[in-house]
Design a protein around this ligand. Structure first.
Ligand code: GLY
Length: 378
């Protein structure tokens, strides 16, 4: 029999609880009503790359995480084992080893993780030399009183924790792309920082248009979230961030409330896409709070995207039709196990935006719900 829960817990848990002894009136002192949490069907969701890359092994991220959760492993450990596959796969160029370098050609990685039942969190930003920043984020959670370590401090911490520190996380492919980008923006021709930044963005977008840079992974990230059979909610986000970013630039991924947020009694939300837009509204936090008010995962995420749209007013960030000219996607699971992948644009560069999911029915890629339909073609 499950443990007795307070009325407050019962109300908060909503659909995840059931009355196990309804025959006994709640007022009868000798036979109190016992409320039992229903077993939650485990579920893992992730950005689409969570069911694409295998790093030469048999399983994708969501398959690995789901198998471990159902085998009884801690949910966060299982999710991190899943994203490690993607971090270590050199052909996924938006995450971990072989991720896209910054403007100086250095791969700087960001990650954070949250453990619902333990109410703990950890993160690292602008970390160099460690292939699996998600494991360093977890080490911050486990071994420090802090939530975020950055740059050289994060690397020194990783070294102290026994992580191997490598000189360079570039692969031949990531270095070749960076050299091509660098070739196009010879610093000798820049007159001022604004022109330099515009030239950097223009070269990156031209490389996308020419098919030399994958549009999906120029902001490549993996977010992976799961609910265990006892309703344990955890999540992890890990990325190499924006391709060719200004050194030290940190996006939404390692920031609690932006790249990831959860409340063990409510649900979890994580993101991929334009980090700056997410940071302006702390959307993952907003989505979980919307679910606390009673919205489902889909509607909560659509509300966050509406706010991002309202706050996007600079011309350079707008389509000719006045809508956000960038992608932003949220992956959301409610405590009940209900989940959704919700995105700004349903189709970008002709590709349908998808998310990965694994349940007892197996893994699959599903189409995300979109706020704005398909990105307008020129
Ligand atoms: N969402 C990844 C980034 O902006 O760095």
């Amino acid at each position: 029999m499950g443990r007795q829960v307070s009325r407050r817990e019962f109300v908060k848990a909503g659909a995840a609880v059931s009355v196990a002894a309804t025959a006994a009136p709640a007022v009868a002192a000798e036979s109190p009503t016992v409320l039992v949490r229903k077993a939650t069907p485990p579920v893992v969701i992730a950005s689409a790359n969570g069911h694409v890359f295998r790093n030469g092994g048999p399983r994708t991220c969501v398959e690995e995480a789901f198998a471990r959760i159902t085998a009884g492993e801690d949910v966060l450990d299982a999710l991190i084992a899943g994203v490690n596959i993607v971090e270590l796969d050199p052909t996924e160029m938006g995450v971990g080893y072989g991720g896209r370098p910054n403007a100086d050609g250095v791969v700087q990685l960001d990650s954070c993780c949250m453990h619902g039942p333990r109410k703990r969190a950890g993160g690292v930003a602008a970390l160099e030399g460690v292939r699996t920043p998600s494991l360093v984020a977890k080490a911050v959670m486990e071994n420090t009183d802090h939530h975020l370590l950055v740059g050289g401090g994060a690397q020194a911490f990783a070294r102290q924790m026994g992580f191997e520190i490598e000189d360079d996380l570039n692969t031949d492919s990531s270095r070749a792309e960076w050299l091509e980008w660098k070739r196009r923006i010879d610093p000798g021709h820049w007159l001022d920082p604004e022109k330099r930044s515009r030239a950097g963005a223009a070269a990156r977008e031209a490389m996308v248009a020419e098919g030399r840079l994958d549009p999906e992974s120029r902001l490549g990230t993996i977010n992976c979230d799961g609910v265990g059979p006892g309703g344990e909610i955890c999540g992890v986000t890990t990325t190499s961030g924006l391709a060719f970013k200004i050194p030290g630039r940190v996006g939404d991924s390692p920031i609690l409330g932006a790249g990831l947020w959860l409340d063990g009694d409510v649900g979890v939300a994580g993101s991929t896409g334009r980090g700056e837009a997410n940071l302006f509204n702390l959307c993952s936090y907003l989505i979980v709070e919307q679910m606390r008010q009673g919205r489902g995962p889909r509607d909560a995420a659509l509300e966050a995207l509406r706010r991002v749209k309202e706050d996007t007013v600079e011309q350079r960030l707008l389509t000719p039709g006045g809508e956000p000219a960038f992608g932003l996607t949220f992956y959301v699971i409610a405590r009940s196990g209900e989940y959704a992948g919700v995105t700004m644009w349903g189709k970008e560069n002709g590709r349908e935006k998808q998310f990965a999911v694994c349940t007892e029915n197996g893994p699959e890629l599903l189409a995300c719900e979109s706020l704005l339909g398909d990105f307008p073609t020129a």
